[in-house]
Design a protein around this ligand. Structure first.
Ligand code: ADP
Ligand code: MG
Length: 447
């Protein structure tokens, strides 16, 4: 089974990442609830949890047929001894077994590292942070519901777990339930199939605090929305705290029933923005400290300057450097080495940061056409071709959906974008000059 799991993972991560992070994992135990994996050291656990946890879980679920919690144990410490130059004996990472789980009762999903103490507050997130604090100090008595939104890797899940921890550490915490809306959907479907709706409803409708993460996954899931609507009403009417997170504000979640949108807006809506440079530096320092690794300021500044849009990625970069340091017995990598180590991360960062706007400007400039022609309906070849190239690049270099790209190009539909993409790709294989132009523009944009 493990072979099947790794085979599946192999198809979806780069060969480089696979060799670096997955090859040395050994399965040690499997039971109905938990899959225990042995990894070389805590850095592996952190890395996998930060970057591949969801992916690993879903592969495990796929192969085993039902979900498992994933626990980690570390290899004998002597195999990868922490380098003495970097770590003083007192700071040695402990080869402790996987983190203890939260008490039963539906709260086992909390990551103990995601608490308020480990959350770095900056201007980008202070409002959301304060709102979360207020809610955990006095559940259901301040903002209800609390709706937190922001892009991937900006700390939504971290804050939700932090609320959970804070409330659970109270003398009378009540019943705290955390779940992603995806898991909520799956449980709901299971409950229907297994005739256990009563139990399912009890679990959610009798919560004192319900934390529901990534609510945007309810888009398009009418039946689950209906169920959640009733859950929401029961809790709200019973003066129970509800906290929701999403990657966008309620009104921008496609195909979310308006009655849910309006309820989500009843309480307080708080946005998490990308951290500024000071916050990024502070996060890196804190994180380096927590994995007990000392990096010079130059490295920290470099990482903070280059990785701007996603804290998870920032941490990923740090962990990769940390792992290098650990495997090379404490030697700090030089800047060139770091560039090399982080090549794919830096590339990914550049990709994410590119906007359709920038692409349109750059392409218009290159072909000496007006920017307005990128969005106009005019179709002479000297305009249509650059426009197609811009659509191609938008699809390749941004995470934007076909529909949104079409929108950005003067309200064209997604079929037009798809067509342009195919056309340019074909042309690139047949025509060397097109290939050169596209790769030149791409390299300029991702620089
Ligand atoms: P989201 O749920 O918004 O996608 P996460 O909460 O999973 O993002 O955050 C991604 C990673 O970044 C986590 O490891 C989290 O601990 C870390 N992180 C995000 N924001 C902060 C912050 N302000 N301080 C410390 N760590 C943070
Ligand atoms: Mg999250």
């Amino acid at each position: 089974l493990w072979a099947e799991i790794t085979a599946q993972i192999k198809t979806e991560v780069s060969a480089d990442s696979y060799d670096r992070w997955f090859r040395d994992i050994e399965p040690v135990e499997l039971d109905e609830k938990t899959l225990t994996l042995r990894v070389p050291n805590s850095i592996f656990q952190l890395w996998i949890e930060n970057n591949y946890q969801a992916h690993l879980r879903s592969v495990v679920m796929l192969v085993l047929g039902s979900p498992r919690n994933i626990h980690y144990v570390y290899q004998d410490e002597t195999k990868i001894a922490p380098p003495p130059k970097v770590l003083t004996p007192a700071q040695k990472p402990k080869a402790e077994p996987a983190e203890p789980r939260m008490p039963a009762g539906g709260t086992s999903g909390f990551n103990p590292r995601n608490n308020f103490d480990s959350f770095v507050v900056g201007t980008n997130n202070q409002f959301a942070h304060a709102a979360c604090k207020a809610v955990s100090d006095a559940p259901a008595r301040t903002y209800n519901p609390l709706f937190i939104y922001g892009g991937v890797g900006l700390g939504k899940t971290h804050l939700m777990h932090a609320i959970g921890h804070a409330i659970l550490s109270k003398r009378k915490p009540g019943k705290v339930v955390y779940i992603t809306s995806e898991a909520f959907t799956n449980e709901f479907i299971d409950a229907i199939q297994n005739n256990t709706l009563i139990k399912f409803r009890k679990r959610y409708r009798q919560a004192d605090v319900l934390l529901i993460d990534d609510i945007q996954f309810l888009a398009d899931k009418g039946r689950t929305q209906e169920e959640f609507f009733h859950t929401f009403n029961t809790l709200f009417d019973g003066h129970k705290q509800i906290v929701l997170s999403s990657d966008r504000p309620p009104s921008e979640i496609a195909n979310l029933e308006t009655r849910l949108v309006s309820r989500f807006e009843w309480g307080l809506t708080a946005e998490l923005q990308a951290p500024d440079i000071e916050t990024r530096v502070a996060i890196l320092r804190k994180k380096a400290q927590s994995v007990e690794i000392q990096l010079d300021d130059e490295i920290i500044q470099f990482l903070a300057a280059r990785i701007r849009t996603n804290v998870r990625r920032l941490e990923g970069a740090l962990m990769r450097v940390a792992s290098y340091v650990s495997l090379s017995h404490g030697r700090l990598p030089g800047m060139e080495k770091i560039e090399h180590l982080l090549k794919d991360i830096l590339h990914e960062e550049a990709r994410r940061a590119i906007t359709i706007d920038q692409i349109q400007k750059r392409v218009a400039e290159h072909f000496d056409v007006r920017l307005a022609d990128m969005t106009s309906k005019r179709r002479p070849a000297n305009i249509a071709f650059p426009r197609q190239i811009a659509m191609f690049l938008a699809r390749e270099l941004t995470k934007t959906s076909l529909n949104e790209i079409g929108e950005a190009f003067g309200g064209r539909d997604h079929g037009t974008v798809l067509h342009a993409h195919r056309l340019v790709r074909e042309k690139m294989t047949k025509d060397e000059r097109t290939r050169q132009i596209v790769s030149f523009l791409e390299s300029q944009l991702t620089r």
